[in-house]
Ligand binder design. Structure first.
Ligand SMILES: CC(C)(COP(=O)(O)OP(=O)(O)OC[C@H]1O[C@@H](n2cnc3c(N)ncnc32)[C@H](O)[C@@H]1OP(=O)(O)O)[C@@H](O)C(=O)NCCC(=O)NCCS
Length: 158
C-alpha cells in the first residue's frame, strides 16, 4: 500500500476534529487533565483522498505526549509510521521523553506500543472511572469485554 504522511494543516482541522470526536470524544481527559485537541499538532496518513491514520501530540516541559492515535487500515505499517514521525519530531524539538496514556482494556495497543519499545511506567488506578463521571459517554466495558477502569502510562526515553 502506498500512503502519504503529512503534518496536520489548518485545512485539515475540521476533519481532524470530527475524527477525534467520533473516536475519542472531545474533550479528551487524561491524567486528570482536560485536553482540547483544537490546536494540537499531528500527522495524517492519506490514502488518496481518504484519511487512513491520524496522530496528535502535545509538547510540554521537554516531553512529547501522544494524545490520540488511530489507524484505519490495520496491519499495514501505518501506526508504526506515525510513531516514527512523532518520535523524530519529539527528538528534533529536544524532548527527553515520548509518552502516552492508554486504557487497561486496550491490550492490542499495549502490545503494539511494547513491540515498539515503549515501557509501562505507571498504572493510574480508577482514572477512567473518575473520567467517566465528567464524560459519561465512556463505556463501562472496553475491548474484549474487559471492564474499563485504569489508565496505563507508557514511555520511551529519547
Ligand atoms: C494501535 C494501532 C494504532 C496500530 O496501528 P496499525 O496501523 O495497525 O499498526 P502497524 O500496521 O504499524 O502494526 C501492527 C502490526 O501489523 C504488522 N504489519 C505492519 N506492516 C505490515 C504489512 N505490510 N503486512 C503485514 N503486517 C504488517 C506489524 O508488524 C504489527 O505487528 P507487531 O505489533 O506484531 O509488530 C491501531 O490498532 C489502532 O488504531 N487501534 C485503535 C485505536 C487505538 O487503540 N489507539 C491507541 C490508543 S493509545
Amino acid at each position: 500500500m502506498s500512503f502519504e504522511i503529512r503534518e496536520i494543516t489548518t485545512e485539515d482541522r475540521k476533519k481532524v476534529l470530527e475524527i477525534i470526536e467520533v473516536e475519542w470524544g472531545i474533550p479528551i481527559i487524561v491524567k486528570d487533565r482536560t485536553l482540547n485537541p483544537e490546536n494540537l499538532p499531528g500527522f495524517i496518513v492519506y490514502d488518496g483522498e481518504n484519511i487512513a491514520g491520524l496522530v496528535t501530540y502535545n509538547l510540554e516541559n521537554n516531553e512529547c505526549e501522544i494524545v490520540t492515535m488511530n489507524s484505519f487500515r490495520r496491519n499495514m505499517g501505518i501506526g508504526t509510521a506515525l510513531i516514527k514521525k512523532v518520535k523524530n519530531t519529539a527528538k528534533a524539538e529536544g524532548c527527553i521523553r515520548l509518552w502516552l496514556i492508554t486504557t487497561n482494556d486496550n491490550v492490542d495497543a499495549i502490545r503494539f506500543y511494547q513491540t515498539r519499545k515503549f515501557r509501562m511506567t505507571a498504572i493510574h488506578r480508577d482514572a477512567i472511572d473518575k473520567s467517566r463521571k465528567i464524560k459519561p459517554r465512556i463505556p463501562d466495558t472496553g475491548c474484549y469485554g474487559i471492564p474499563l477502569h485504569d489508565e496505563v502510562e507508557m514511555e520511551i526515553l529519547l
